[in-house]
Design a protein around this ligand. Sequence first.
Ligand SMILES: Cc1cc2nc3c(=O)[nH]c(=O)nc-3n(C[C@H](O)[C@H](O)[C@H](O)COP(=O)(O)OP(=O)(O)OC[C@H]3O[C@@H](n4cnc5c(N)ncnc54)[C@H](O)[C@@H]3O)c2cc1C
Length: 399
Amino acid sequence: MKIGLRKQFAKVLALPNVHYFGHVPVGSNSPITINDLRGFCPSALVFAVGAQGTKNLGLPGEELRGVYSAKDFVYYYNQLPPFASQDFSVGKRVVIVGMGNVMVDIARWLMVDSPKRCVEEVIVIARRGPLEAKFDEKEFANIQIHLDREAFQDELRRVEPAMKAVGQDVAKVAEETFPVLKLPDQQTIPPRLIFRFLSSPSAITGGPDGRIARLTVTENILVARDGGVAAKATDRTADIDVDTLIFAIGDQHDPSLGIPFAKGGYVTNPEIADPCAHYQVFNHQMGEVCSGDFVVGWARKPSEGLVGIARHDGEVGATHVLQFLGNAPPRAAASAEDVARFLQQRGVEFVTKDDLRWLTAAEEKEARERGTAYYFFSDDDSMLAAIEREKSTSAASAR
Ligand SMILES: Cc1cc2nc3c(=O)[nH]c(=O)nc-3n(C[C@H](O)[C@H](O)[C@H](O)COP(=O)(O)OP(=O)(O)OC[C@H]3O[C@@H](n4cnc5c(N)ncnc54)[C@H](O)[C@@H]3O)c2cc1C
C-alpha cells in the first residue's frame, strides 16, 4: 500500500502547477506561521495536516519506559524520524489499549512482522464489550491465528451478564465482530492474543528499573446511551503484570497549528445543512467563517477511517474549494519563487520536488545495500545530507 501511495503522490507532484515545499512545519511555534502563509495572498488555504495530537490516558506513570502512544509506536516501526531512532523497546507481555484497526496493526507487527518477535503475549484491553470491537474483519484475519480461543470463551462468560443487562446477546459476537469463532477450533500459534473487555486503565505502576511493571484496570458495566452502549466504571479493579503498554485510543488535532481550536479539535462551520460547511474553518469566538480556509481528511475528522476514507474526504473537500475559487475574486498571490525566497530568508531548509527524486534514489540505494524491501532515513539531518550526497554524486558523474 505504501508503494502505491507513493506512486500516487508522485503523480500529483508531477503536475506542473503543483509546487512543493517539504520539511516546512507550519504552526504558531514554528518558523512559518499561518499568518506567514496569508502573507502569500493565497485564494484559499487547505489544511490537510491530519490529527497530530495524542490522546493520552491521563494517568500518572504514562511517562515510564515501555509506555507508548500507538501513533509514536507505529511511526517508530515505519521508520519515521525522529521516532525511528528513539527507544521503543518491547518486552514479553504487551497490553494494547483500544480495539480498532490500529490495535490490530500493532498486534500484527508485534506477533508477525517484527524482526525480533520477542513478545509472548498481547493483551487487548477494551472499555466496552466484544460487540463494540471496531476493527475490520479483513484486518483481524491477519492475527486471528494467535487468538487464544479458550481464554476468549472464558472472557465471554465473564462479560455475558453485563452484556445481557443491556439486551446484548453474546451469541452475536461470532456473527458480528469475531467471525473467527465460527471457524473450526485449532491450536493457537504463539504468541498468544487475549482480550479483556469492560476494563479501563486506572493506574500504571513502575518497577525498580523505571519500566512499567503493572497496569491496574477498573472494571466496567455497560449502560444504554444514545441508542448505543457506554461503559460505566464500577469499584472493582484488576491488576495485570506487563512490561509494555501501548494506547491506541484515537488521535486529536494539534492546537499549535494556529487555526480555531475548541474541545480537542479544529472548529468547522456549524451550518451542518450546507455540505460545504463541514469543510470550512470557523472562528467560533467571532462567530464567522474563516473565508477561504478549509480542512480535509483527519484534520477535519480525527481518527476517521483508513487512508481510502481520508483520500475521499480530500476529494470531496477539493470540490468545495474549487466551488469557492470559482466565486472568489482573483488575487495577486506570491509565486513559487517568492515562497522559496521567503523560506530561505527565514533559514528554513526545505525539500523540493527534485530533492524528492534524489531522496528516493538514496533510499533505494540504502535498501539495496542492506537487502531490505525499503529504507527510510531515521532523522531529518541524515535525510537532508543524503539528498545533498545524491545530488553531488550525480553532478560529479555528469562531469
Ligand atoms: C497508528 C496508526 C496506524 C494506521 N494504520 C493504517 C493502515 O495500516 N492502513 C490505513 O489505510 N490507514 C491507517 N491509518 C490511518 C491513516 O493514517 C489515515 O487515514 C490517514 O493518514 C489520514 O490522512 P490525512 O492526509 O488526513 O493525514 P496524515 O496522513 O496524517 O497527513 C498529514 C500530513 O501533514 C503533515 N503535517 C501535520 N502537521 C503539520 C504542520 N503543522 N506543518 C506542516 N505539515 C504538517 C504531516 O507531516 C503529514 O505529512 C493509521 C493511523 C494511525 C494513527
